[in-house]
Design a protein around this ligand. Sequence first.
Ligand code: GLY
Length: 589
Amino acid sequence: MGAVWSAQGPRTTPRADSTGRLRTPMPRPTPHWPDSFPHRPGALAPRGRDGAVASTDALATRAGLDVLAEGGNAVDATVAVAFALAVVNPEAGNVGGGGFLLVRTPDGEVLAQDHRSAAPAAAHPRMFWTADGGISEDAVVGHRAVAVPGTVAGLHDAHTRLGRLAWERLVEPAIGLARGFEVRPRFLASLPPHIVEGLSRFPSSAALFLDDGGPPRPGEILRQPDLAATLMRIRDAGAAGFYRGATADGLVAEMERGGGLITHADLLGYRPAWREPIRFEYRGEVIWSMPPSSSGGVTLAAAALQLERHDLARLEWHGAEHLHLLTEAWRRAFADRNHWLGDPDHVEMPLARLVSSAYASARASTIDPRRATPSSEVGPGVGPGRRASHPPREGMHTTHASIVDSEGMSVSYTTTLNTWYGSKLVASGTGVILNNEMDDFTARPGVPNFFGLVQGEANAIAPGKRMLSAMTPTLVTRPDGRLRMVVGSPGGATIITTVHQVVSNLVDFGMSPVDAVAAPRVHHQHLPDRIDVEPEGLPDGVISSLEERGHRVRRGEEEWGDVEAVVVDEGGDLIAVADPRRGGVAAAL
Ligand code: GLY
């Protein structure tokens, strides 16, 4: 059966392939959102029964779909997509970063693999402190910002346990792409002036991604021969092709050149971890998500369970009452997240309590239906909050793919370099762009990180420790156990609220899959104490109503998130959905 594609350019209305198989019946109510919001409700999405892939890039989606068509399973396809993204979406796809895999096997078992980056052994809690009480720029740029990458170890381990096709076959498409791919608008959009400036600081990065100091031109072929050679070593030797031998030598030599901390021992010592997924019931459905070292699942559960006591479906979607409840729940969930959560191998956390209905009920009972509670009055559980003045920067940082195969194996995979192009540093001779994940730690208590998150001691830097993430790869299953949705997104702290909104749009408001993803988004993360709204995302009247309740509302300058999802309808059809915001591409077999 031929593949069915949706190819969306940035900021265009989602559109579907022209074949009749795409026609999705839409008995559900069309949501109303401002006419000026650029993404229109009611679009269609590719539909199939033999597999579906949604990722942020057409070439990566193609790599995954080809694997499925050849009889590979969803984990095989994820490996192919992940390596392809490392080449064609180098701002976030990676071999030099880390991520999280949530896998549902055909018999319904859900497995969570954590291959988050880790602090090098020489890291210490005050390594980024400045004399004036802040944190230094090298938490985000250059050699010291780099944490030990986990991606290759995680993908190889997942494939060893769950894959079907040969590893070599899955790495091969990325090698071809690294030898050269055509520069398209999607890639150029990742090179705004401040990113060009960051990459320009490092000759190895400028030589790879820039052309005479600026972005390459559309239609040029971007060649990454050193990355192709690194990928060949990974193809031939598996994880050892990255953590040992020439690649490792190149990474460590780069660290030594610029005062970075990663050693051969750090690379050799890195291991992915299989963890118990976060599982909670929500209106009869079961939601599965990522446990720490990501905060995604816990925060999602904590917010959703507070809202379960309200019949959201009876509220006007994106009316002031709905948004008040949503953002008050997030305020409380993020207060707990920021205080309690960290790497489970280093800190004790009251996880069972934080994701329990009883605790959510207690938290929700403090929500005043008429007034915003200032974040200064919402601490973790009970206690004072802290103030932050640093504005979170919106973004698409990170990348995500959702994949389902013909046997029902499903993967939700989110991966990151942290900010776009991570540390902006390519390790010379390897083609590997290195993460700046060290900034996801609490570099200094009380001082916000890049995403404006004010985090606690639980997330302090320590040798070998994984920094807390917001990545939220998520699955939804129906009460009878059948899969309903695979979903995830980039976007730093906004990942959690983005995934929550998409799930709620689908489960609470019965939106079609494409509407659930395209709909305007809002965000609150406890501190700074305000609701962020996507540009044109809310009518003035709703903003005024929120302000009358005591909320501070900021209209963002950019959209955020880049949701990639696969939804399974009642009849078992797979509906692949790519976010229209940046040009993700979904396809089904
Ligand atoms: N680097 C963003 C996150 O993991 O939350």
